[in-house]
Design a binder for this molecule. Structure first.
Ligand SMILES: *Cc1c(COP(=O)(O)O)cnc(C)c1O
Length: 421
């Protein structure tokens, strides 16, 4: 459930009519709903009730500091995957002891940043990375809590570009090698082994792969304890999917996911961490765009929008589907016509949807892409010298610009033409 509903025929974000935001910031823009973000975070908290836990929001899904602060104020931890995200979390006021550091290629300077500012744990992904972190920690005279991310070789049944838990991809240490990897980590100075980490992929729409993976983690917990390791924390990753189209079958809800966690690892006397990104931010955001032209093609008509693949790359990158709805609700019974909905970028991949039924629209009319709060703004670029679009946060009947649209002068002014040209 979200807080983007029609009222008197006008799409609102909470109590704010979208045309009011459009008049203030211009289209295209991203808009996020505070109530929806809060609701999604609480779903996870409630689902894990009874287990010691920390919900670490995967910042990479939407890392605007306003979103980070909002969630951190509710008690959320953060899952960061770069030094930049670490500093962003700190800038938004998140204490180091609520930040976990994930990622397959943490550099020496990123490790130094995190150890200097304080970190809850580092999730290690390879033996060379272990050695590097040990060197960094000893040089700084600190001991850092670590888990090892294991790759359980489980097919997450998701798009190949966002599956991470099979042996064919770059993530984690093969679970068969876990004992040796833990022995190495335990022998290295500056590292304190405290748990196990796993993350099998994103946009999972079934619970079965989680069940298999967490079952393997439970077995590994017993094995590693028997080998003398202290396993007191399990980081179970993120990845719970959301429905991108209203016609789709609905993915499992956090309550079912929480019950699965309790069933698989609940009796191990561990603290549990989860790292949801998409499920918290995805349906908490819309991308709002306007029609520039309606163009007749041969056998198909095009709606050309002022938003493009540089603003929302998911359809081009993952063949992702987003529901697209008019900001002014179509009157009941009005005829819908199929359109190819595209942006102005000079690539055929700049297509949001094909043959998509829309009511009659005229240039200047606005549409909203649903489920655009995750992996939208954070993956945007200035391709075609198109400015990054503004982000807006709504709460009740007011809104704030949480990232302004840069001017073209700012963008163009960043280039440096060497004086020998
Ligand atoms: C991407 C990622 C997540 C979040 O995935 P979602 O599908 O957005 O929930 C969590 N943990 C790690 C390590 C990730 O790489």
């Amino acid at each position: 459930m979200d807080y983007f509903l029609y009222r008197d025929g006008v799409l609102h974000a909470e109590d704010v009519p979208l045309p009011q935001i459009a008049a203030g910031v211009g289209t295209p823009f991203y808009v996020y709903s505070t109530a929806t973000l809060v609701r999604h975070y609480r779903l996870f908290k409630d689902a894990l009730e009874g287990l010691p836990n920390l919900v670490c929001y995967a910042m990479k899904s939407n890392s605007n500091q306003a979103v980070i602060k909002l969630l951190a104020d509710l008690g959320a931890g953060m899952d960061v995957v770069s030094g930049g995200e670490y500093l962003r979390a700190r800038a938004a006021g998140v204490p180091g002891n609520r930040i976990v550091f994930s990622g397959v290629g943490k550099t020496r300077s990123e490790m130094e940043l995190a150890l200097d500012g304080g970190i809850r744990q580092v999730n290690l992904e390879s033996e060379p990375e272990m050695n590097m972190l040990s060197r960094v920690a000893t040089a700084m005279g600190v001991t850092v809590p670590v888990t090892i991310r294991v790759n359980p070789n489980v097919d997450a049944g998701t798009h190949a570009k966002i599956a991470t838990g099979t042996s064919g991809n770059k993530f984690g240490i093969p679970i068969a090698r876990a004992s040796a990897a833990y022995a190495l980590a335990a022998s290295l100075p500056g590292l304190e082994v405290i748990g196990i980490d796993v993350h099998i992929g994103s946009q999972l729409t079934e619970l079965a792969p989680f069940e298999v993976a967490y079952g393997k983690v439970a077995d590994l917990t017993r094995t590693l304890r028997a080998e003398g390791h202290r396993i007191e924390r399990l980081d179970l990753g993120g990845g719970l999917g959301i429905p991108y189209a209203h016609l789709n079958k609905t993915p499992p809800v956090p309550a079912e996911y929480g019950a699965l966690i309790k069933r698989t690892v609940g009796n191990l006397d561990v603290e549990v961490e989860v790292e949801p990104g998409r499920l918290i931010s995805g349906n908490a955001g819309l991308l709002v765009a306007s029609v520039i032209y309606m163009k007749r093609g041969e056998g198909r008509d095009f709606l050309i929008l002022d938003a493009a693949m540089n603003d929302l790359i998911r359809p081009a990158l993952y063949d992702a589907h987003h529901d697209i709805i008019p900001v002014m609700e179509a009157p009941a019974g009005v005829n819908h016509q199929p359109y190819d909905i595209v942006g102005p970028v000079c690539e055929s991949g700049d297509t949001f949807a094909r043959g998509y039924p829309m009511p009659p629209l005229a240039p200047g009319d606005s549409v909203a892409f649903r489920s655009a709060g995750a992996y939208g703004a954070v993956m945007s670029s200035e391709y075609n010298t198109r400015p990054l679009i503004p982000e807006v946060l709504v709460k009740d009947d007011h809104f704030a610009i949480i990232r302004p649209r840069p001017t073209l002068d700012e963008i163009i002014g960043r280039d440096i033409v060497p004086d020998w040209l």
